[in-house]
Every structure is written in C-alpha cells, then in structure tokens.
Design a protein around this ligand. Structure first.
Ligand SMILES: [Fe+2]
Ligand SMILES: [Fe+2]
Ligand SMILES: [Fe+2]
Length: 288
C-alpha cells in the first residue's frame, strides 16, 4: 500500500470522527444539562483527539486533512433510540478501524489505529449503558420547533463557530510555525466552547441547534490564512454586538457580548501573528 492509499484510508477515518462528533454533540445539546449529556460530551472530546491524531499523521505523510463530515446516523424518536444509533455508529467505527489495521503495514500507524480502536470499543459499551439509562431515567429531547429572531441569531452564531473551528484546526495542522499552531489550537478550542454555549441557549428557548457550516478558507499560506481569520473575526464581533443589542433576553444579551469580547481578542491574536509573519518575510527578502 503506498502513501497515497494510506492517506485516503486515514482521511476516511478522520471524516467519520468528524461525523461522530457532530452526532454526539447534537445529542448532548438536545438533552440539556445532566450526567449523561456530560458523559456524551466527554466521548465527543475523545473523538476530537482521534481527529487530531489522524490529521497530524496525514500531514506527516504529506497529505491534507479532509474537512468533509463522514458517516452519521441521525433520526430516532427518543433519546433511547439516539443511544441505539450511537451504539451502531461505534460498531461501524470498530469494524472500520479493524479493517484498516489489517490493510496498513506501517507499524506506527497500526499502533495509532489500535489505540483509537480501544477507545471506540469502550464508547460502544458506554452507549450500550446509556440505552438502558435513557429509558429508566426518562431522559428527554428538550429541543422544540420554536423559531424567532433570537434563535435565528444564535443559529447564525453556530454556523459561524463551526466554520472557524474547522478553519483554525486545518490551519493548526498545516502550519510549521509553532506559535501560530498553538494559537490556532487554542482559539479552535475556544470556538468549540462558543458553539456549545449557543446551542445551550437555543435549546433553553425551545429551539433546535442547526449543525452546519459555511465555506472554510483552506489556503495553506500562513499570511493569506491569517488575513482571512482577522477578517472573519472582525465580522463576527460586529454581528454579535448587533444581535446583542436586539436580543430581548438578558442572558442571551450577556452571552453575545461575551462572545464579542472573545472574538475581539481573536482579532488581536491573529493580527499580531500576521504582523510577525509579514515582518519575518520582509527580513528574509532583504537577506536574499
Ligand atoms: Fe467513539
Ligand atoms: Fe467564536
Ligand atoms: Fe473567534
């Protein structure tokens, strides 16, 4: 098996991790606060680590991590049925990792996939328990079909946050600049928090979070990427401020202003990195 084929297999795994994260977070947010939602979010965080490891390995092999979202099993009439879907998704992951471990000869990659496989087996067991607990605990879908301007604004926020999570993760995987890599990772984690807070507010208002994203800037040139980041952060800070002014609910207002402040901080972080990188390039040119 050549490098290109290995990259393709790992990207398939990565896309399915992305799908699993989307599926589990959707379930956790819809259930509101509680022990089970918390545990499901913890599983989603483990899938994020898998996604990270796979992306790093793909880049090491000379490939680019895919941004497509892979297999998901959505639908189901009750939390119990969702948990059954999650068991099914994990069963599929276990089978796929076993298959890929059999196909790939590289010992290091095999070890990585075996490490991930052991997590998926444990997740499958966890979701199996949740099937029981969802029924016994009477855990319900707290979402509603309510829609108003505030819910629309919050869902606009989710769409933005999802987009920049992917953008900053991609940039963190592709850059060789250590400081930039660290900042991209940190800000991506911060945007994940934003997404969770927005979803929580939507469910609190009896609406439904919509997990979709806009086009992601995938330029691999650091200066170009940082310019795109500064631009999108400025836009979102302005939008959150506008939506905060229009929001009727003080809790939502507070959240949107807090997000605005975070995004303004992101503008600073990315602007500084951009200046440093541009300065470095000018110096390099002078030396030549
Ligand atoms: Fe899993
Ligand atoms: Fe954000
Ligand atoms: Fe941001």
């Amino acid at each position: 098996m050549d490098k290109k084929q290995i990259i393709a297999l790992l990207n398939k795994d990565l896309e399915d991790e992305h799908g699993a994260i989307g599926q589990y977070l959707s379930h956790a947010y819809a259930m509101g606060e509680g022990e089970m939602a918390y545990e499901i979010e913890a599983i989603a965080r483990e899938e994020m680590r898998h996604l990270d490891w796979l992306a790093e390995k793909i880049v090491e092999l000379g490939g680019q991590p895919s941004l497509e979202r892979g297999h998901m099993i959505m639908g189901g009439q009750s939390v119990k049925q969702w948990m059954e879907n999650d068991v099914r998704l994990e069963t599929g992951a276990v089978e796929q990792y076993r298959q890929h471990i059999g196909l790939i000869e590289d010992k290091g990659i095999k070890r990585l996939l075996e490490r991930i496989l052991s997590d998926e087996e444990s997740h499958r067991t966890d979701f199996g328990k949740f099937v029981q607990e969802a029924q016994e605990g009477g855990i319900k879908d707290l979402r509603g079909s309510h829609s108003d301007d505030v819910i629309k604004a919050l869902n606009w926020g989710i769409e933005h946050e999802y987009t920049v999570i992917l953008q900053y993760l991609f940039q963190s995987y592709m850059t060789t600049n250590r400081e930039a890599k660290k900042q991209f990772e940190d800000q991506a984690v911060n945007e994940m928090q934003h997404l969770g807070w927005l979803a929580e507010k939507i469910v609190g208002r009896k609406g439904s979070p919509v997990m979709k994203h806009k086009e992601v800037d995938t330029s691999t040139d650091l200066v170009h990427g940082l310019k795109a980041d500064v631009k999108i952060e400025r836009q979102v800070a302005e939008a959150y401020e506008k939506y905060a002014a229009a929001a009727d609910d003080p809790g939502v207002k507070r959240l949107l202003l807090r997000l605005r402040d975070h995004e303004l901080y992101h503008v600073d972080v990315f602007s500084n990195l951009l200046m440093e990188e541009q300065f470095k390039r000018e110096e390099d040119e002078e030396e030549e």
